[in-house]
Write a protein that binds this ligand. Structure first.
Ligand code: ADP
Length: 526
């Protein structure tokens, strides 16, 4: 093989004469020369027998001429195949002790350069991550003595990280559950087991103490494959631990109060059961008792009526008066018993009502005679106890009559001599019919207005004007009945001015009437 061929198989090489013309370039140099020197881009320059050194090379040779021994250059070159890197070495040629020119050798270092840059990037990435991470990163030798710690550790140990190098990893703090953990830690260099969440208590005093969870794994020498040490991270879990602790404490407190609540609930349920049973027993008793009382009461009423009629012979006036008193007392008792029975039945949901169209004018006219005597004896004017023609409601006849009597009797009972009682009709916003019994009596205070519909409640009024006869059940029953009929009973009142009790009832459906009338002609014509 000729020397020239051999040279063509070597790295790119050039030689120049003293006058810096390129006297020789081997094939590889010729190949890369256009990429290295823009002046060689035009082929004819390169093909000249001894082309002068291009400008960039000239500058390098200047440095050698200026006294430098060897000039080393790393050059980045854009080729058609991408970026390549060449390291070149340029030096002086000497012949017989006299300068004879220059020479240069090029080496393609692209892959070495890529590897170096990759390593650099990886390192800087690692460093960035370590810097940004809240955890700290550590590395030990095979005796678990620290060879590397990231800066974060300084915050925890109050020692500059550099001073920690060489210290035994587990001497940074006291392991939690030391008794269980110490043997495991001691065996690590033999077992080479990874570990996770091993808590070290770092800090001298209780206040500065931090809890750090260590996790690590063994690493091995790249060449020999021998165990080289451990690498891992440490996480400050003090805050999480405290939060968890607090959560655990409040959860325990919560559980306690829940338990207490449950117990209270059970007690309450038991009490409610007892009270329901008692209430039921009371209702049963009242119902039974009223029923039992009514039978002998009917005998008393019957016999006093018979006596008052003097069916078996004339009675002395005294006795007649007594029988009159007995009859009146028995009547009063009967009212009370009937009220109690009514209330009991309403409470038990046993009361039955039958809705029908009721004209109000005739109903009021039915009630009037029942209260006239009472009004006269009390000196109360009831001229206004009337209703215009045309008012009708949907209600249970007997029950509506009962409510009306109750309200008018109450109005008379709580109105002083010279006062008056009346009835007013009207239409509610929703088309209901309002039937109001008003009086100019003693009135009811605002707070009592909220109570009078409760069973057995009576306002402790003036015993002279309004002696508390009755049971306090009338309004309760009346309101419950009105509600059963799809309406209500409400009160408005002012002390010493009077009261207005309004029965609200559904009107009879007028639309239906119209429809029925409208249908008739259709049927007739058919
Ligand atoms: P009672 O059988 O005692 O009349 P009610 O339920 O009918 O029971 O009435 C309860 C209480 O409401 C009465 O005791 C009375 O204090 C008060 N009250 C009812 N109607 C009137 C009224 N028109 N004026 C003043 N107070 C009244």
């Amino acid at each position: 093989m000729r020397t020239v061929d051999l040279l063509d198989r070597m790295q790119p090489v050039y030689l120049t004469g003293r006058n810096r013309t390129i006297d020789y370039m081997n094939g590889p140099f010729r190949d890369i020369a256009p990429d290295l020197f823009p002046e060689f881009k035009s082929a004819d320059r390169l093909d000249q027998p001894r082309p002068p050194a291009p400008r960039e090379l000239d500058a390098i040779l200047d440095r050698i001429a200026g006294g430098e021994d060897t000039v080393e250059i790393l050059q980045q070159v854009q080729t058609a195949d991408g970026t390549r890197y060449y390291r070149s070495s340029h030096f002086r040629l000497v012949e017989d002790g006299a300068p004879a020119g220059y020479a240069g050798v090029y080496t393609d270092v692209t892959s070495e350069n890529d590897a170096a840059r990759y390593a650099e990037r990886t390192t800087s990435r690692f460093e960035d991550i370590v810097r940004a991470a809240s955890d700290w990163v550590w590395e030990t030798d095979k005796n678990l003595n620290l060879t590397y710690v990231s800066n974060r550790i300084g915050d925890l140990t109050e020692t500059p990280p550099r001073q920690l190098i060489g210290r035994y990893l587990f001497s940074l703090g006291v392991p939690e559950e030391a008794e269980r953990r110490q043997p495991e830690i001691g065996r690590l260099p033999d077992t080479l087991m990874p570990f996770c969440g091993l808590v070290l208590l770092i800090g001298r005093t209780e206040e500065t103490r931090r809890r750090v969870a260590l996790s690590g794994a063994p690493y091995f020498d790249d060449n020999s494959g021998d165990f080289a040490g451990y690498r891992g991270t440490g996480t400050d879990i003090t805050r999480e631990f405290e939060a968890e602790h607090r959560a655990r404490v409040s959860q325990a407190a919560l559980l306690d109060s829940m338990k207490e609540l449950q117990e209270r609930n059970i007690q309450l349920a038991q009490a409610l059961e007892k009270s329901n049973a008692a209430s039921q027993a009371k209702t049963d008793f009242l119902g039974k008792m009223s029923h039992e009382l009514r039978t002998p009461l009917n005998a008393i009423i019957g016999f006093s009526d018979l006596s008052l009629l003097e069916s078996f012979g004339k009675l002395p006036d005294r006795y007649k008066e007594y029988f009159g008193d007995i009859r009146k007392a028995a009547d009063h008792l009967l009212t009370i018993i009937n009220d109690i029975l009514d209330a009991v039945n309403l409470d038990a949901g046993k009361a039955k009502i039958q809705l029908e169209k009721i004209k109000l004018k005739p109903l009021v006219e039915e009630v009037l005679p029942l209260v006239e005597a009472e009004a006269r004896s009390r000196g109360v004017d009831i001229a206004a106890v009337t209703v215009d023609d045309g008012w009708a409601v949907k209600a249970d006849r007997g029950r509506l009559r009962q409510i009306l009597i109750n309200l008018v009797v109450n109005a008379l009972k709580f109105t002083e001599q010279g006062g008056s009682v009346g009835i007013e009709t009207g239409t509610g916003d929703d088309g209901t019919v309002l039937l109001t019994v008003w009086d100019t009596g003693i009135g009811i205070s605002r707070e009592q207005q909220g109570l009078i519909f409760d069973g057995f409640h009576q306002v402790q009024a003036d015993p002279v004007i309004a002696p508390t006869e009755g049971t306090g059940l009338g309004l309760t029953i009346s309101q419950q009945l009105a509600r059963l009929m799809g309406g209500d009973l409400r009160v408005e009142s002012e002390l010493e001015k009077g009261s207005r009790f309004t029965i609200i009832l559904p009107a009879t459906a007028k639309k239906q009437k119209k429809k029925r009338r409208a249908r008739k002609p259709v049927r007739n014509s058919a």
